[in-house]
Structures are given as structure tokens and as C-alpha cells.
Design a protein. Structure first.
Length: 312
């Protein structure tokens, strides 16, 4: 099985101690997003976990403890945007995050650190020219530290509309997307070792030579694990998502990065402070502790390894 850690929150940035404790205990409890009283008990045994995919904007707190993952295969989806603290309020400077990216890549290998330029949004300050210039700058910095860049474009979820209006962020026009994409492609052409893809099929840039990729990527996982896997498209993701199946161990309303466009914080920033007060690095739950009224269901977890091929 593949573990997603996590689309719902930034585990490497804020919950790395908790995560490593879960690795030691070999299991985690995950509440159902629609009914938090129902908890799934997920095995974290390396026997059944094929790969862990980390999603983060600042994995620095994990860097000195990666040796604790020696029994696991993993890679990082590392979001690196140039907006600064106007839109991403609590993140370290881009200079610090570039340094973290390079250090992580040096430790685990460039193929295991995916650069996400996501979400792309525009307003008077962060216009097409801004993105063309900053993307080129970041790409030059990371040319020796990654093999893939994933492009993502902002989704105007209902709960972020007040924030996007405040910063005059409008839906992207087709000409804006095309002009940025052409520039991004021309930049990446200078670095043949980096592949440029889009996250999801929502924006089709194939005519520009930019294919639609997978964030939880079967081919990459097979490369990292060294064996073929049998995996289906993730039915729990949007239809435009190409990712293969995984189990997410995060909890919504717990990320402290403060990004105004975040889909995982539904405008309830007061909930984050409340949830963080309940966080215990020693609990099997990311937020709080299981209670006697919770229903714990052990989820059947199997490796996705294709044993038919592993014999050859």
C-alpha cells in the first residue's frame, strides 16, 4: 500500500515527531473525514507499505531524522512558490526553502524530491511576467536537485473566495495560462534532466509539450521500490486526478502554513489553533486521542507488489 502524508496537512513541517513515533509503533489511527468518530487503524509495517509520499512546503524538521525511515521507500512532493508571506503567511523565506530543498535532495536523491510550482495564480502583483521570471529563477537553482516539476493552477473553492477577492485574484485566463506555460517550457528546455508536467488533467497543455502527470506516480514508485506494483486509479480523488490509490493519514484543519488559497483549511483558521492544542506527538491520532465512544476499524492493508513478476 502507498501512504500519502498528506494532502490534508503538512506533516513534515508540523508533525514530524508524531510521524516518527507512528513509524516506531507501526500503526496510525485516521478519522473518517465525514464521521470523525469512526477511526481506521492503518498498519505502518514496512512489510505492507510499498512507498510513502510526503507532501510539504517545508520538510526541514524531518531532515535530521530521515535515518528512521531506513526500512521504507519514500519520496517528497515539495511545493516551492515565490509568493512570500503575503499569500503564504507562515512559511520561511524562499531562500531558506531553496536551501532545504537542496539539502533534502542531497540526502535522498534528486529523483525523490519533486518540485511543485502550485498553485499558479495571478493578480496585479503576481502577474504573468512575475511567474515567468520567478519560475526561471527557481528552476536554475534546482536544476541539479530534482528531476520533475509539477505545475498546478488555482482552484477557486467556495471557502477561499473571500481571500481571493481580498487579493484581487481572478480566474486565470486562457492567454495567461498559455503565455506562462510557453515560458515555463522554454525554461525547462535548458535543463534536459527536469521533466515538466501538469498536476491533473484540468488544464490541458499537451499541445505545448507538457503532459499531464501523476503526483502519486506508479512509474516513480516502481523505480524507487525496485519492483512492479498493481495499482488502480485513486477513486477517492477528483476525476481530473491521475494518481494511483493511496491511504492518506492526515487530518484537515491542522496545517499552520497560512496559505490563503488552501483547500484543506475551509476558512476556519480558529480551528487550527484549537486542533493544535489537542495534538499530542505520542497519540496514535494526529489530533487528539481516541475516546471510548470511537469506533476503531482495522483496515486490511496489503502490499501492491506484483508477486508474479517479482519472481523473475
Amino acid at each position: 500500500m502507498i501512504i500519502s502524508a498528506s494532502r490534508r496537512t503538512d506533516i513534515p513541517a508540523f508533525f514530524s515527531e508524531w510521524f516518527f513515533n507512528r513509524i516506531k509503533e507501526r500503526y496510525v489511527l485516521v478519522p473518517n473525514p465525514f464521521n470523525p468518530k469512526i477511526l481506521s487503524k492503518i498498519s505502518l509495517s514496512p512489510i505492507v507499505i510499498d512507498c510513502i509520499v510526503f507532501w510539504t512546503k517545508n520538510p526541514e524538521p524531518m531532515l535530521n531524522n530521515l535515518n528512521q525511515l531506513q526500512d521504507y521507500k519514500y519520496y517528497f512532493q515539495f511545493t516551492l512558490n515565490p509568493y512570500g508571506n503575503k499569500l503564504e503567511i507562515n512559511l520561511p523565506s524562499i531562500e531558506k526553502r531553496l536551501d532545504t530543498f537542496k539539502r533534502l535532495s542531497d540526502k535522498v536523491g534528486r529523483e525523490k524530491v519533486i518540485w511543485r510550482y502550485d498553485p499558479i495564480l495571478t493578480n496585479g502583483e503576481f502577474n504573468v511576467t512575475f511567474h515567468q521570471e520567478r519560475f526561471a529563477m527557481i528552476a536554475d537553482e534546482l536544476k541539479d536537485y530534482t528531476e520533475k516539476c509539477m505545475l498546478g493552477f488555482i482552484d477557486h473553492y467556495p471557502h477561499i473566495l473571500n481571500a481571493t477577492r481580498q487579493f484581487n485574484i481572478q480566474p486565470l485566463r486562457k492567454d495567461e495560462i498559455e503565455n506562462m506555460a510557453i515560458s515555463f517550457k522554454n525554461t525547462i528546455n535548458n535543463y534536459p534532466s527536469i521533466q515538466l508536467e501538469t498536476c491533473t488533467t484540468k488544464v490541458d497543455l499537451r499541445h505545448l509539450g507538457i503532459t499531464s502527470g501523476l503526483c502519486i506516480d506508479k512509474i516513480l514508485i516502481e523505480r524507487i521500490t525496485g519492483y512492479p506494483i498493481l495499482a488502480q486509479k485513486d477513486k477517492n480523488q477528483r476525476s481530473v486526478c491521475n494518481c494511483i490509490e493511496s491511504i492518506d493519514i492526515g487530518t484537515y484543519e491542522s496545517c499552520q502554513n497560512g496559505c490563503i488559497y488552501c483547500y484543506a483549511i475551509k476558512g476556519k483558521y480558529n480551528h487550527i489553533k484549537y486542533n493544535m492544542q489537542k495534538h499530542d506527538k505520542n497519540s496514535p491520532l494526529l489530533i487528539g486521542h481516541p475516546s471510548e465512544n470511537d469506533i476503531i476499524k482495522e483496515r486490511k492493508i496489503l502490499s501492491l507488489r506484483d508477486d508474479q513478476f517479482s519472481l523473475f
